[in-house]
Design a protein around this ligand. Structure first.
Ligand code: GLC
Length: 801
């Protein structure tokens, strides 16, 4: 039989339901349901019951007030934010905003169609429609003209064109005639997205190999709002332990234990701050999960305690494959609990991976997750709080897992086809939940390679086995930026590249840019050169120390951004498309790699081939973060970028809390919170957030939250009264005014005097022998006005003239 396209037909009948309607069109079930006034779910199926993904969406439908109208040709549903027009014959949807502007509509010819079991939704393309996000995908910032597949894959040594990668997040943001919207295609099978690739712009589409058409249309007035709405739907990231915001050193693998001690001691001796050291697969006995090799690591508990005393946390790797070796406790208990993935005939699926022949835990079953959670006690009893989940696409030698194997899929029983994309997500969920349960109110840190929409609720993500190259460094930055627009704010890449070897200059630049990434870790493969910050010569060591020091200075700002991510789903690294999406310049050249940390710090990555780089400053005024030099935005700029230079700019109106350099987040600061303000005739706001950084007590109100409002037109700054009952670790607030011409100041109505200081955020680099041709950078922000006042819980008002 030859399959041909079969588009959904005419609405035969329908009934109004709470929040929408459901019915039959061309013998296909369909349902349209508003979840909020900004989110509408569309389902269409060839089957009697709709397919459900119980793992991703956490928002139940809310009460929405809907104005519904019916004519012979169409049905219209209006909420406060969306007008949905449904054509009856054939069934076609058109979403408009409340001004009647079309945001997204079905292609008139094909709309929702099937080709055998494959369902696809074809959408019209407007001439300049821009597409953003879709998670961990290479390519340019604007996805227009490209197509992508979601099928979690072990993409060793991936490049810009490799697709699919490790993680699937079938959510994208479109911008049509300047208006943003989002589409989350909630189907865990292999899915395809085509944004006008190879069809002369006839249409865009998304489709799946099997399962239903099941998507959520999201309206937002801005790109940020679409991201926040999506975060309401699929959940936000955890507030992780603060130590996981520090610098992390990894390699495949540090062993035996004395090598780990040497690495830790060297960080402290060289005064290079760091918080975490990783143990990769060699810590285990024959790569078996839930074991420590007795010769290499005779006393894991002692190791963790000693490192803890030096302010280091240890994170261990954990893969899903369990060696099929009777007598190995984990294996025996897994068999007894019957939690391994099986063939349809009931025999256990076996494949080869690091520990040799292995079974795979079924994390899609509650029993599987609970079992895993109990096994984790092996680590938590030894004092471990950090877990790194790898190979969870799942990966095994040969890679091509037979599609017939079966998973519980929360009681639904589903094949590998439907389950693969959520497997890693459920593994790290089990890890997170297990660790949380064992850790007695302490926050665990979890890191995963594979994932699906919703994985942000349980874990940070790293982008897998990247290559040591300039383009790969930029690719990593774009991946993190894209993940941030896809509701996954906490991610990072292997600094220096996992595969291959970085030249010293590349390592220095990579580390500098990663200073501003949410997850900051150096990692490299087995049998390659050493890759610690001191392994690339003295000059790179100084540059690395400088930027890592900066990372720790940024900690109060970073932690506040992690709070905003947790609270609202805000990305931590914001592609320029988050705030400047209607500026066409951001979709060209290097601007596609640029991002802001939060709203305020613009970071422009540069490569080793660039002694001068053309960067783009979006609209507004920008202060060079290291010299205070002021630039007008909305234009390109040529900047000198020697090895030690990373172009970073603070936006006018920026509110950036900093602290002094510490060697680990576990070290006490000097107690002075440094609030940096950059003058502009603008009105801005930043939330400052602080808590103990390690427990869940913040859920009981033990936090310190201050809303900070800056108004450059009215010449006022307000630090609102503290919310929450946590006593800040800072006793003083040192206000730093950049670019302020005023010279008369009042705090809470009383006249005060600011001092004038010259500041250095980066220390000067010493000259090295043989002397390079050029003078070394010596950055100074001159004439910064400063004043230190007590940091009480009361409101602080500053005015100037
Ligand atoms: C995978 C991981 C890598 C790890 C290695 C050994 O390749 O992506 O980070 O070092 O396995 O465990």
């Amino acid at each position: 039989m030859n399959l041909r396209n079969e588009s959904i037909g005419t609405i035969q009948h329908f009934s109004w339901q709470e929040n929408g309607l459901s019915g039959l069109a061309g013998n296909k079930q369909f349902s349209i349901k508003f979840y909020t006034s900004k989110i509408c779910r569309i389902q269409a199926s060839k089957h009697e019951a709709f397919d459900e993904n119980p793992f991703s969406v956490v928002l139940p439908p809310q009460k929405v007030s809907i104005d519904a109208k019916e004519t012979d040709q169409s049905l219209t549903l209006k909420t406060a934010d969306i007008q949905l027009e449904i054509k009856r014959s054939p069934l076609r949807l058109c979403f408009k905003n409340n001004h009647g502007q079309i945001l997204n509509e079905d292609d008139p010819a094909f709309g929702i169609s099937w080709l055998g079991h494959e369902v696809t939704n074809y959408k019209t393309l407007s001439p300049n429609e821009v597409f953003l996000g879709l998670g961990e995908k290479g390519g340019g910032l604007n996805r227009r003209g490209s197509s992508f597949v979601n099928w979690n894959s072990d993409a060793f040594a991936f490049g810009n064109d490799t697709d699919p990668l490790y993680l699937s997040a079938p959510f994208y943001i479109g911008i049509r005639e300047g208006q943003p919207y989002g589409i989350f295609f909630d189907n865990t099978h292999k899915t395809h997205f085509n944004f006008g690739a190879s069809n002369n712009n006839r249409f865009s589409y998304f489709g799946a190999e099997a399962g239903d058409l099941n998507y959520y249309f999201i309206q937002g007035d801005t790109v940020l709002e679409v991201i926040q709405e999506y975060a309401r739907l699929t959940g936000t990231s955890q507030l992780p332990p603060k130590w996981s915001l520090g610098f992390q050193q990894c390699r495949y693998s540090y062993y035996p234990d004395h090598e780990v001690y040497t690495v830790a001691d060297t960080f402290r001796k060289k005064r290079i701050p760091a918080d975490v050291i990783y143990l990769d697969i060699h810590y285990m006995e024959d790569y078996k999960a839930f074991t420590f090799d007795k010769n290499r690591f005779p006393d894991p508990k002692g190791l963790i305690e000693k490192l803890e005393a030096q302010g280091f946390k240890v994170v261990v790797i954990l893969d899903p494959g369990i060696a099929t070796q009777p007598g190995y406790g984990t294996y025996d208990r897994g068999v007894e609990k019957d939690i391994f993935v099986k063939y349809p005939d009931g025999s256990r699926f076996e494949a080869s991976v690091w520990p040799g022949n292995s079974h795979f835990t079924d994390f899609t079953a509650k029993e599987g997750r609970d079992w895993w959670a109990d096994e984790l006690k092996f680590y938590t009893d030894k004092g471990l709080e950090g877990f790194w989940n790898d190979m969870n696409e799942p990966a095994c030698w040969g890679q091509d897992i037979p599609n017939l194997i079966e998973f519980d899929y929360e009681g639904q029983t589903a094949s590998h086809k439907k389950t693969r994309n959520i497997y890693g997500f459920q593994m790290v969920r089990a890890t997170f939940e297990g660790a949380k349960k064992q850790l007695n109110n302490k926050r665990p840190f979890t890191l995963t390679r594979a994932g699906f929409a919703g994985v942000q609720r349980y874990s940070a993500v790293w982008t897998g086995d990247n290559v040591a190259g300039d383009e790969d460094m930029l690719l990593g930055v774009r991946l993190v930026n894209s993940l941030g627009m896809t509701g996954i704010p906490v991610s990072g890449y292997d600094v220096g590249g996992f595969v291959g070897e970085s030249a010293p200059a590349l390592f220095a630049r990579w580390l500098a840019v990663a200073t501003f990434a949410p997850f900051f870790r150096v990692h490299s493969m087995v049998n390659v050169r050493d890759s610690e910050p001191w392994a690339y010569g003295e000059e790179v060591e100084e540059i690395s120390r400088n930027y890592i020091n900066l990372r720790y200075q940024l900690m109060p700002y970073l932690y506040s951004l992690f709070f905003e991510a947790h609270h609202k789903g805000n990305p931590i690294n914001r592609s320029l498309a988050v705030d400047y999406y209607n500026d066409q310049n951001i979709y060209q050249g290097n601007a596609q790699n640029e991002f802001t940390l939060g709203q305020w710090l613009l970071v422009c990555p540069t490569t080793t081939t660039q002694e001068y780089a053309k960067i783009y400053l979006p609209q507004g005024k920008w202060y060079n973060f290291f010299t205070d030099e002021l630039h007008e935005g909305g234009c390109h700029m040529l900047v000198e970028t020697q090895m030690e230079d990373l172009p970073v700019f603070a936006k006018e109106g920026a509110i950036i809390p900093l602290q002094n350099v510490v060697q680990t987040t576990q070290e006490k600061t000097d107690g002075i919170l440094k609030l940096h303000l950059y003058f502009g005739e603008v009105e801005t706001h930043q939330t400052y957030y602080e808590d103990d950084g390690s427990t869940y007590n913040f859920e009981q109100g033990q936090y310190c939250k201050r809303e900070i409002y800056f108004n450059g037109k009215m010449s006022t700054l307000q630090v609102a009264k503290q919310e929450g009952s946590y006593t800040s670790e800072f006793h003083s607030l040192k206000i730093h005014l950049h670019g302020f011409e005023a010279n008369s100041f009042e705090i809470n109505g009383e006249s005060v005097t600011f001092h004038v200081e010259d500041l250095q955020l980066l220390a000067p680099i010493t000259e090295f022998d043989p002397l390079p041709q050029r003078p070394k950078r010596d950055y100074w922000s001159k004439g910064v006005k400063t004043l230190e006042i007590p940091f009480t819980q009361e409101e602080i008002n500053l005015n100037w003239k």
